[in-house]
Ligand binder design. Structure first.
Ligand code: IFM
Length: 787
């Protein structure tokens, strides 16, 4: 078949090289060489993920060598089918490509790589590959690819492929397509879970089209793509589109000349029936594709690069004097930039980088990830919180099922907000056992509200609070009022799991009790504020959820009288009832990677009978509520718990970094920061193959801004208490605070602050406890203090 799209004049030209050239080294993540091990292949795939928060694609090699775990994931597309619980669905792939010469596939597993490198350009959101293969017959081919999904138009994708035969001339077959024959990997080895079924597959003169739908909810996913040789142009090229079941393959055979390069382009459009009516999907996708083909990729790439440049202008954090830290921090910010939901949606604990944790949304989202968006892209933060509002129905169902009132946010959440925590998991002790986080790790309920309050405090988005936030705050407060038990004059919370998941079924976990205390007080205060200031609006909300003043009084009472175990002599908070009577061990040894080594006699099967903890727990409480604890308390608890923490969670290091900075344990703070920042880049827990640790990514940003930058906002005032490691020359960042933008640069001898604002009145700033009035729209230089 002749491909009319290939006729000269019918296609837009190739994209000018300058658009796709790589940025400077400091913006690149280079992965050189190829190792056949499944782990190594999959770690690269995770690290090299590209995306835009709507659709993200793992950085798989186009030929998908054995052991690969390639995948494209769309935010919010979940399905259960034969899986234990709903999981993020692996969607049809459009980036697969294979090259064949005389029956030999050019694949890194069967050919020798004379040179191989994949490079992620963090500044431009592009993934580049360059490989020179030698096949068993000695034929050399260089393959260069660039792929991206567009930041300014979430539905579009682009791939450029350049093939150069180095030492031969002759036919080369190049195949690519749309592959709906994809399965999730499941829980057990070699388990494959099919979540999609074919709805429509079609080819046109210039396009291929595939439409699949999720088996349970019937959400359709369509992909339309064009595939063409753009240089040199041939008049009579053999183009063979073929359909095999759920797979579309489009083959082009070129009569290649030695040393000549052949450039192909694939343009793709991905949509779902959430954005377009099912019966309009085909037409809509094809029209969009045709428009894309007509205007050519150059225009879209230019717009994409402009969108990336805007993102970085807002979000970049610059560390001078420490290249490793700078690079790692930028990588983490890149991850945040490619995962911000463009419509109301959650963010999973592995972002959209894999099926790890089944794509579920945890407390990681509000406590670790959300602050970056609040301070940089509040509209994205709003989308994340709207997801929680939209899942209130599921949260009410969770409470009802467990015999409670109000709304109980799910420990693991997907489409509806009903709890989707799997019943079994292979835990650290390497056995399959029941897990209780879904029924006991209830602090999530207040973690979500913590996110709501923080969002409101920083953005001042009153309409969000009135339209959505209050209902969330009140319904979840109602849950807690039905969840607590009254023992004498005190209230207690029984049978929970705190952030430290080694200890299950415990009573009065300090973190949980503290955040609940805060939450109930907040709910009561907001109610009272509304009574005074907007009684009409309050009436609407109250009648919707049948809320009366007496109920609110009980929240205040519970908040005042929740139990805490604090030893005034030692200043230590007991992590939960009975913790101090457990066997005591401290960590004294560390392995090569700096991980704590369990003391002799302790293993993951008996660790619950010791005081060793998995991750920051009391420390998290002190970090989230810094004003509630004295410096002495913080120091005493840091020193006590840090030695008993084994950091078996990626959420732990950043909390210790920030608490280390607060308590003056600065050297360790830096090393905790680097552990968080390099968590996936160095595959610290050897599980990055299963996806990016999103909480560590958010925690990296927080440690830079809150920790080293010492930045916070306290009602109407800006607070700065920066501290720079010796080798850092400076730290610069910009945050948004309501309508204002705040630029901060910290040097060893001065702190520069510029508040950009249309509102002209000066802003109070506390710097190391001294208060200044900062004139807006002018650079203010203040003294730095390192002690
Ligand atoms: O939410 C975390 C939890 O705190 C520790 N285990 C992993 C979860 C998902 O990241």
């Amino acid at each position: 078949m002749n491909n009319p799209a290939l006729t000269p004049g019918n296609v837009a030209g190739t994209v000018p090289d300058k658009l796709l050239t790589l940025s400077g080294d400091e913006w690149l993540l280079r992965r050189k060489g190829f190792r056949k091990s499944e782990k190594s292949i999959q770690v690269n795939e995770t690290l090299l993920t590209i995306g835009n928060g709507y659709l993200n694609i793992r950085g798989s090699l186009e030929e998908l060598p054995p052991g690969h775990s390639g995948g494209m994931y769309l935010n919010g597309i979940f399905d259960k089918s034969e899986a234990d619980v709903e999981e993020l669905v692996k969607c049809p792939m459009w980036t697969d490509l294979s090259i064949w010469v005389e029956g030999q596939k050019f694949c890194l597993s069967s050919c020798k790589a004379l040179h191989h490198e994949q490079t992620l350009d963090l500044k431009k959101g592009t993934l580049h590959r360059s490989t020179t293969f030698r096949d068993p017959a000695g034929k050399l081919i260089t393959l260069e690819t660039v792929r991206l999904v567009f930041m300014h138009d979430m539905h579009l994708g682009y791939m450029q492929v350049k093939i150069t035969p180095r030492n031969f001339s002759g036919p080369i077959r190049v195949l690519t397509g749309l592959n709906g024959d994809v399965c999730n990997r499941g829980f057990f080895p070699r388990e494959m879970l099919k979540h999609l079924q074919l709805e429509r597959i079609e080819r046109g003169r210039v396009f291929m089209y595939l439409e699949m739908k999720t088996r349970e909810r019937g959400i359709r996913i369509s992909e339309a793509a064009s595939w063409r040789l753009v240089s040199p142009s041939f008049h009579n090229l053999k183009w063979e589109p073929r359909i095999y079941g759920e797979k579309f393959t489009s083959e082009i055979t070129i009569e290649a000349k030695k040393g000549e390069s052949y450039i192909f382009e694939k343009l793709a459009v991905v949509t779902t029936s959430r954005e377009i009516k099912p019966d309009e999907m085909f037409k809509g996708s094809i029209c969009k594709l045709k428009a894309f083909v007509r205007s050519g990729a150059e225009r879209e790439i230019t717009a994409h690069l402009a969108a990336w440049s805007e993102k970085w202008k807002q979000a970049d954090v610059v560390i001078r004097g420490d290249e490793e830290a700078q690079h790692a921090l930028r990588y983490n910010i890149y991850q945040l930039l490619i995962n911000g939901p463009v419509r109301p949606a959650g963010i999973g604990a592995k972002f959209l980088s894999s099926e790890g944790y089944l794509g579920h949304v945890f407390w990681d989202t509000e406590i670790f990830i959300l602050p970056f968006y609040i301070y940089n892209f509040p509209e994205i933060a709003r989308n994340m919180l709207l997801y929680r509002y939209n899942t209130l129905g599921g949260a009410r169902e969770n409470a009802r099922k467990m015999g409670y009132k109000g709304a109980k946010y799910a420990w693991e959440s997907a489409v509806t907000g009903e709890d989707v925590t799997p019943r079994f998991a292979s835990k650290l002790e390497k056995t399959i056992r029941l897990i209780y986080t879904g029924t006991e790790e209830d602090h999530i309920v207040s973690d979500v509200i913590y996110g709501v309050e923080k969002y409101f405090r920083v953005t001042g988005d009153v309409s969000f609070l009135i339209d959505y936030g209050l209902e969330m705050v009140f319904l979840t407060a109602r849950f807690w009022a039905s969840r607590v038990v009254k023992i004498g004059e005190q209230y207690e919370i029984h049978c929970v799991i705190g952030p430290d998941e080694f200890h299950e079924h415990v009573n009065n976990n300090a973190y949980t009790n503290f955040i609940v205390k805060w939450h109930l007080r907040l709910a009561a205060m907001l109610y009272k504020y509304m009574v005074r200031n907007d009684a009409g609006m309050l009436r609407n909300i109250s009648s919707k959820i049948e809320l009366a003043g007496e109920e609110v009084e009980s929240w205040m009472d519970i908040s005042r009288n929740l139990k805490f175990s604090y030893n005034a002599e030692t200043k230590i908070y007991e992590q939960f009832d009975g913790y101090f009577s457990l066997r005591d061990y401290v960590i004294t040894d560390f392995d090569r990677k700096g991980h704590p080594v369990l003391p002799r006699g302790v293993h993951y099967r008996n660790i619950q009978s010791t005081r060793l903890i998995k991750q920051a727990d009391v420390m998290s409480m002190m970090l989230l509520f810094p004003h509630a604890f004295s410096d002495e308390d913080k120091m005493a608890n840091y020193d006590y718990y840090e030695r008993r923490t084994v950091h078996k969670s990626s959420l732990s290091h950043c909390i210790h970094a920030m608490m280390g900075l607060t308590t003056g344990r600065r050297t360790r703070a830096y090393s905790y920061f680097m552990k968080t920042a390099l968590f996936d880049l160095e595959n610290l827990h050897e599980n990055s193959a299963l996806g990016i640790h999103a909480a560590a990514v958010g925690g990296t940003w927080q440690t830079a801004i809150y920790g080293f930058g010492g930045f916070s906002i306290k009602s109407d005032r800006l607070v700065l208490k920066p501290w720079l490691p010796k080798k850092w020359e400076s730290l610069s960042f910009t945050v948004r605070w309501g309508e204002r933008a705040v630029d901060v640069t910290v040097y060893h001898e001065r702190v520069e602050v510029m508040i950009r604002s249309a509102e002209e009145s000066p802003v109070p700033l506390s710097l190391y406890r001294k208060t200044y009035k900062i004139e807006v729209n002018r650079l203010t230089v203040l003294p730095y203090c390192s002690s």
